[in-house]
Design a binder for this molecule. Structure first.
Ligand code: SIN
Ligand code: CO
Length: 378
């Protein structure tokens, strides 16, 4: 079972944590998860190698042959790890929540922060001295220690200059002001922009629960793409009063003005932004493929199984809502008022117990989601 948020947060309630620490200052929690040594399927180098050698894994290997920095991208082959010799190295695996049910469960334990902000669970394995070097991140992170020990050094420095020409971000002048040795189950929360460096003391594994904070430019580009599929403007360019132009290559002021007037009709409101966010935040990551049931249950058998045992969202499914509007895996979905409460419960808890009240229309929709691999009866 997952510890209560107050254990994870060292005795703080989520409200206290948000008010005092979130995006403000670091928090060290000893024994945030007492007895923690990793998640099922990811507790040893062997587990890590099995995962980073699979096709769908998004992984990086950071090695320090002869004191330099080398970064390679996965998927890897077992022999890639044999040639590393005695130099320090670390391998990092992104999106563990999309690969392992226990990884998803661990990440969901941090849902005292809204799911819309949660990004993914990353796991690193390092040999003695391994790490990714002193750097800063643009997002908040909870660094939870699995097996072994890691020494974290952190600082609030303003100087974020990086060493030029390296394949990863390394601070040119790291000046740590605090340091701690983390043991299994200990956790360090870091707000964005805090300089940090974690060095493995002996072999160790660290689980990072990361959050997303998209740059305004990225949001704008995504929003414009969302809008382009939805905008419908009436009319067509016309110029019955076209005047003879001395320069035939000139784009006339009249043409520019007419097009400006047309584009001025592009409109969006808060509902457009809400739907954009709902679709964008639930959009599956590029590598996600849903596994459809090979011999799907009929609609009738599916409804019976859900009524008897309940149902659960697939670990790759994102279901979010804004008021009475629901979004699943990049799409809007329309749900009658009678099902809002149940669907909100499914979105928050990611599963429904047996006997949950669902209308026929909602069951039809969920059967389609089940056939698409978005959820399954328990
Ligand atoms: C690591 O686990 O080695 C890196 C985590 C981080 O510094 O963000
Ligand atoms: Co970092």
């Amino acid at each position: 079972m997952h510890p209560a948020p107050s254990t994870l947060l060292g005795g703080l309630t989520p409200r206290q944590f948000l008010a005092e620490y979130w995006q403000k200052k670091p928090l060290l929690v000893r024994q945030a998860i007492p007895g923690f040594s990793g998640v099922g399927g990811l507790q040893s180098l062997q587990d890590m190698l099995t995962l980073v050698c699979t096709e769908e894994a998004e992984s990086r290997l950071v090695s320090r042959a002869k004191g330099g920095w080398q970064v390679d991208s996965g998927p890897f082959k077992p022999r890639d790890f044999k040639r590393l010799g005695d130099y320090p190295w670390t391998v990092l695996l992104q999106g563990v929540n999309l690969l392992l049910r226990d990884g998803d469960r661990l990440m969901r334990g941090f849902d005292f922060i809204p799911q819309a902000r949660l990004d993914d669970l990353m796991v690193s394995y390092a040999v003695d001295g391994g790490g990714v070097g002193p750097h800063f991140d643009n997002y908040d992170v909870f660094l939870l220690q699995g097996i072994g020990q890691r020494r974290w050094r952190i600082g609030a420095q303003r100087d974020q200059a990086l060493i030029a020409g390296l394949p990863l971000k390394i601070l040119a002048d790291f000046r740590p002001s605090r340091e701690w040795l983390l043991n299994p189950g200990d956790m360090l929360y870091l707000p964005p922009q805090w300089a940090h460096d974690g060095g493995a003391v002996g072999e160790c594994m660290t689980f990072s629960i990361g959050f997303r904070a998209p740059p305004a430019q990225e949001l704008a580009e995504q929003f414009l793409m969302h809008l382009q599929d939805r905008v419908t403007l009436p009319g067509r360019y016309c110029d019955p009063d076209l005047q003879y132009q001395q320069h035939s290559a000139e784009i006339s002021a009249a043409m520019i003005a007419q097009v400006e007037e047309m584009l001025d009709k592009i409109r969006w409101d808060r509902a457009t932004v809400r739907d954009f966010l709902g679709c964008a935040l639930t959009e599956p990551k590029a590598q996600v493929i849903y596994s459809m049931p090979s011999r799907p249950l009929s609609r009738k058998r599916f409804a019976e199984r859900c009524a008897r045992h309940g149902l659960r969202l697939d670990i790759k499914t994102q279901l979010l809502f804004a008021g009475t509007h629901f979004y699943i895996n990049g799409e809007t979905c329309s749900v009658g008022a009678a099902d809002h409460k149940t669907l909100r419960q499914l979105a928050d808890q990611r599963e429904l117990a047996s006997g949950a009240r669902l209308s026929d229309a909602a069951l039809d929709m969920m059967h389609v989601w089940y056939c698409d691999g978005f959820l399954a009866p328990l």
